[in-house]
Design a binder for this molecule. Structure first.
Ligand code: LAC
Length: 271
């Protein structure tokens, strides 16, 4: 497939194939979607300050990221419930990442089992971790992530509560009962985990994720694993410094795609 595609057209066409619920869940943001719009606008304001006379006959975009070599400096961010869009879900995304020579980050709320995605994402897989009120679930997830050969853990820190996503409320959107967050569900038979995903992200997050997290808990997470830990959802340099002081090996500058706190500044600007 070599024809050139305009990405905006591609996205519009792909989204148009989905029912309103999943489409708006994927495409939407929190509240008035000010941050969602600003995220895109901010990237388009970026300029490339190119240099000249540098022998570009054999360009090489390869780089190293926490010991992982990738062919170009972009990896695929975690997004939940990909089987609402395609039956191959996260496995297909892992394959696509590998085919293009890069890595993927798998969501805690993935529909495909972690091990299957790891087998497809041969150029590297990171795991995005939500910290559950039930620390046993969290510990089991970390152990499974290590066993599957993931190369790093990215702890989401910008969703202590679910964002107010008005499109989801208007659509009365719920994750489809026919799809499970398989990696998570297999992690434990504990009651906290048995709660079916029969709600929207907001109610699920509020019921399951630990809103009491502090920097001390970051140290606890780092102590549970030999993998490098990053925190995802940072928009301030003082938080980045604090992360380094509490054991994080990196930060992912992000506002959760504008899906959490509306009016948060765009990543491209604060980076
Ligand atoms: C979301 C969660 C799953 O943004 O990260 O929907």
């Amino acid at each position: 497939m070599n024809e050139l595609i305009n990405l905006d057209d591609f996205e519009r066409a792909a989204l148009a194939k989905l029912p309103a619920g999943p489409r708006d869940y994927y495409a939407g943001g929190a509240l008035d979607e000010i941050t969602l719009r600003e995220n895109r606008a901010a990237w388009s304001r970026w300029n490339l300050h190119y240099r000249v006379l540098r022998d570009v006959s054999g360009p090489d975009f390869g780089t190293e990221l926490l010991g992982m070599s990738i062919d170009w400096p972009v990896i695929i961010a975690p997004t939940a419930f990909q089987c609402m869009a395609h039956p191959d879900g996260e496995v297909a995304t892992g394959r696509a990442a590998a085919d293009s020579g890069t890595a993927m980050v798998l969501s805690t709320l993935a529909n495909k089992p972690l091990e299957q995605v790891a087998a497809a994402a041969t150029r590297g897989l990171w795991f995005q971790l939500y910290v559950f009120r039930d620390r046993g679930v969290t510990r089991e997830l970390i152990a499974r992530v290590e066993a599957a050969g993931c190369r790093a853990i990215a702890v989401t820190v910008d969703a202590p509560m679910g964002g107010q996503r008005e499109r989801d409320l208007r659509n009365d959107f719920a994750f489809p009962a026919t799809l499970a967050a398989t990696t998570l569900m297999a992690a434990s038979a504990r009651p906290a985990n048995a709660l079916a995903m029969d709600g929207a992200f907001m109610s699920y997050a509020n019921a399951m994720f630990d809103p009491t997290l502090t920097w001390k808990d970051l140290e606890w997470i780092c102590a549970q694993t030999r993998l490098p830990v990053l925190i995802k959802g940072v928009v301030r340099s003082d938080d980045a410094l604090q992360a380094a002081g509490h054991g994080a090996r990196g930060v992912i500058v992000s506002n959760h795609g504008g899906r959490q706190l509306d009016t948060a500044p765009p990543g491209a600007e604060v980076l």
